[in-house]
Ligand binder design. Structure first.
Ligand code: GLC
Length: 383
């Protein structure tokens, strides 16, 4: 199997879940490169992994086109986008295949693929439905996928099902779950808390970027009903969700939670923080395409309370507690139970979850499967 030369494409300059996957996938393809719309953390991290980076001259500010916006909103940026398509088609001539890692990268990558006669892979990290995208965006994504894509990689059957339900061709899609490797700290919880400056009280954690659909507000409302419970909120507003972040802070004050809720921002020690809390809450109010933090929590042996939507049931098992999305009463009730002596999740169930996560979600396995599928798609594509 000759490994194709891949041109990875990402619109994002920051690193969130989808970009973490890219950082694991790109280095597995020798002689490949990444085309980014804008320089930033992602470009720096790719370079650290020896992936050559090509940065667009026209890409800055494209983040302002929201995923649920009308297409007319993007019209003033048409010149910029045309510039990117031209740059991409030129760059793609040195590669065998274009691999789009985000929705905007896919749409522009599709045009570049047609112009450069290179096959196109879409690593689809989103659930294409009404909750996440506007009508015009959904129609455009699906028609481009059906017309231009040779392969659509998805991380879960929740993503594939939504893609097909919107009219995407089922035969394009392959489910390859995200791979996550992490090192577990052997220190006991109390030691970790001391080291991390966390209080020795009932403590929960929320780990995701700050965004309305990630549901941090529901956790605050649940905490208002649990006067003894403290919480750390890890993550920041990476993709223009500043208004929501402000409203979250205001809600925190209004509910009188300032002494119990700590916003820690973006952190590089997520596994240790997860190990240090009594439960990880995954409160997404709209369907979550995968949810890397679910796997991370399993790997470090911390119980999870997750909303019952998206891929959560594919990943979690009996060790987890499921609640209805957006239901702060149900969340408070579940937290009360998991934090109590009687409702505490047993160590055997947690060990099983850890075992399942490490056998199902290895980075190596993900890289191998993606390489196989990309090879097949590239070799069978007409030139
Ligand atoms: C996106 C999704 C998230 C997933 C990640 C990696 O960030 O929102 O659910 O874990 O991509 O696929």
């Amino acid at each position: 199997m000759t490994v194709p030369k891949v041109l990875f494409v990402s619109h994002a300059s920051n690193v969130s879940g989808a970009e973490m996957v890219l950082l694991d996938v790109a280095p597995a393809f020798r002689d490949s490169a990444a085309f980014v719309f804008e320089r930033g953390t992602l470009a720096n991290e790719l370079a650290k992994r020896d992936v050559p980076v090509i940065a667009s001259k026209y890409g800055s500010g494209l983040d302002s086109v929201k995923r649920d916006s009308q297409l007319v909103g993007a019209a003033p940026l048409a010149g910029q986008m045309a510039g990117i398509v031209a740059e991409l088609s030129f760059a793609a001539r040195r590669f065998d295949v274009i691999y789009a890692n985000s929705q905007k990268a896919f749409l522009l990558g599709a045009l570049a693929s047609a112009l450069s006669h290179r096959p196109l892979v879409w690593h689809l990290h989103d659930i294409i439905n009404k909750a996440h995208f506007g009508d015009a965006q959904r129609r455009l994504q699906i028609s481009f996928a059906n017309r231009f894509a040779h392969l659509v990689i998805t991380p879960s059957s929740a993503v594939t099902t939504a893609f097909v339900a919107e009219g995407g061709r089922a035969e394009l899609a392959r489910i390859i779950p995200n791979g996550i490797d992490l090192t577990v700290d052997p220190s006991p919880k109390a030691v970790l808390r001391q080291r991390l400056g966390l209080p020795n009280v009932p403590l929960i954690g929320v780990f995701s970027r700050i965004a309305a659909w990630k549901g941090q507000h529901v956790v605050l409302r649940a905490l208002a009903k649990l006067p003894d419970v403290h919480c750390i909120i890890v993550g920041s507003a990476l993709f223009g969700e500043d208004r929501y972040e402000k409203s979250l802070m205001m809600l925190n004050r209004k509910l009188g939670l300032e002494q119990r809720v700590t916003f820690l921002g973006q952190r590089s020690d997520v596994p240790q923080l997860m190990q240090a809390v009594d439960a990880v809450v995954h409160p997404s109010v709209d369907p979550e395409p995968f949810g890397r933090t679910l796997v991370e929590a399993m790997l470090v042996g911390t119980p999870v309370i997750a909303t019952d939507t998206g891929a959560a049931r594919e990943i979690l098992n009996e060790e987890a507690t499921f609640v209805r999305p957006g239901d702060c009463d149900a969340l408070a009730c579940a937290l009360r139970s998991v934090l109590s002596d009687t409702g505490r999740v047993g160590s055997e169930a947690l060990a099983k979850a850890c075992e399942r996560a490490s056998t199902t979600y290895g980075v190596g396995a993900m890289q191998t499967k993606i390489a196989e599928e990309v090879c097949l798609a590239t070799n069978s594509a007409p030139r």
